[in-house]
Design a protein around this ligand. Sequence first.
Ligand code: ATP
Ligand code: MG
Length: 721
Amino acid sequence: MDYLKNLNEPQLEGVMNTEGPCMIIAGAGSGKTRVLTMRIAHLIKAQEVDPFNILALTFTNKASKEMRNRIEDVVGHEARNIWMGTFHSIFARILRAEASKLGYPSNFTIYDTDDSKSLIKNIVKEKGLDDKVYKPNTVLNRISAAKNRLVSWQEYLKNPIYRADDESAMKPEVGNIYQAYADRCFKASAMDFDDLLFNTNVLFRDHLDVLNKYQQRFRYVLVDEFQDTNLSQYLITKKLAAVNQNICVVGDDAQSIYAFRGADIQNILNFEKDYVDLRVIKLEQNYRSTQNIVDAANSVINKNRAQLKKKVWTENTPGELIEVIKASSDNEEGKLVASNIFEEKMHHQLSYEDFAILYRTNSQSRSIEEALRRANIKYKIIGGLSFYQRKEIKDILSYLRFAINQQDEQALRRIINLPKRGIGPASVDKVVVAAYEHDITIWEVLENIHSFLSGRTANAIADFVTMIKAFKLEIERKDAFEAATHIAKNSGILRELYEDKTIEGLNRYENVQELLNAIKEYVDNEENEDKSLGAFLQEIALLTSVDQDKSEDNDLVTLMTIHMAKGLEFKYIYVVGMEEDLFPSQMMLSSRADLEEERRLFYVAITRAKIKLCLSYALNRYRFGRLKNCEPSRFLEDIDPKYIKVNRLQKGSDALAFDQLNPNHGTGSQYARNLVNSVRKKPAPNPQHYHKPDKDFAPSDTSGLAEGMKVEHAKFGFGVV
Ligand code: ATP
Ligand code: MG
């Protein structure tokens, strides 16, 4: 039983006691993900549980792939048969199989956030409402929050609390927009991301036979990053585990950072009530980070009132102090970080993949990127505009989507006049209205267009319909790659891109080729059971930002937001932009709860570091097009100063600066003592320690926040960071 060797006592308890409900709430880097992984390996290897009977839910698809690989090392090929993935991908799969029970066809489309927003925009326009009041983002967040609390549009309209909320926000029509939105999604045979969870709940509520089937199938249910589940997700797991009661959740309340998306720490507290004979396991030893990092993280999180107190300690070396870098401007910050990375890499013979730079919001990456480019340091950005969001890619994908599902209104709107065929948006609106007036589908209107429109537009639409029908046949007869290639060529998109001989045009053409390559790879990959085009589309629709990282070159510095770094670990972590109003974010200062969520985010950032943590701030920064004076973040003061040293490049002046930023700890003497100590017996980093083979276990890798983070405030309502 080799796989049990690298586990401590409480970890073993978590791995071996596979029966009955179990909850592991423990600090960062204490091996929660490792325990979950080995528990699954143990189920298969020692208890001879059929992998088909195991359901494991992770925060990204990448995390589940890594977990599967670790399990495969122990149990072999069988690991492939475990049901493992994000909530969205697992339940999308189940919904496809059971779609007819909910009145959906099994080829339903998954609307991404852009589709959802543009549909809301259409509805707002059709209702003659002001789109400055009813901003798509705001309305969508409101609808999303309702769905994640399992509030249907019917209940939303009935409930006076929602009405009052909307009225005080001067948006009394949100309920009606919700109704229209739900109706339009249904008619388009489309589900948005929240629907995947909402509809799974409906499915299990209304079809006990179906629920029963999955209860029998999933004899063991396991959830990683449990602190970030929302009510909708919580109820799904609870229902599935209701019969066998073999449910194991792991998480850390101190790392709950998605409350703004409806995640609820209450789930942890409820869990204790929901399962009487619950086994609760504490893991307190941190294996990831140096003592200084662990202690600094503890000193930060202790400032939060709302938390389950736990001890986290480590046997690792004390390591280096945490470095604080002060820069005069954001550009200088970039430079200092870049040169610091370069020095550390050379000095300790590391590779760039050992470094990550974390920031609060995506827009901060610009100055950092510039500096890295100047310093010739290779990097990759997780998040930002992804491959699958590029215009030419979305265009082709919309063709594929529409060829599969002719009710997909958003895809239709995107492609009907692309390349230009003389079918304007007004004609499309007429088609939509006609469908509503005659209570038929949009596709039925298109097929019989001559009964509704005449002239050139009608002819153009008729040709479009003929083309789509031909594409449908291709999809039925050919494999996904051949069909997609045919559609890219015959839709005229590829030709249009090919004829554009500018560099951008060439790039776009190559991107489409790259998409076709991806489909080819998908078809050739034995691990994919369902190789249909629909299955491919579903998979990419549900990729999180972290999953989309396809860099071939591994030796790159990683740049990402802190949200995306959840569950990951790097030897060196740089947290940039440690400034008031930036981190903590301006939008999160309205209540203690918000500020505590920001502080948990800081805790997550600190605890990603294995060897060294660097925090930087700038005194001036361009924000919203203006040069702004910045103050160092209050979070810097949360760290006990004995774990900190300030920018070694400018020791003298920084001792002063540091006192100014920590008015509470008085004179510089304490700081000076620490500085002297740290210089005197600066503990040599012990590379041996970190090079001990952790091959047997890769870090879990979770996150998944897309660009433009949505925030829901008790006071402000909804907004985007
Ligand atoms: P997070 O809260 O950040 O998700 P976690 O609790 O899931 O962290 P893991 O990622 O499972 O922690 O483990 C952190 C690191 O410690 C990993 O590199 C893991 O391989 C290592 N580790 C965990 N347990 C042990 C152990 N018993 N012996 C040696 N290394 C361990
Ligand atoms: Mg983990």
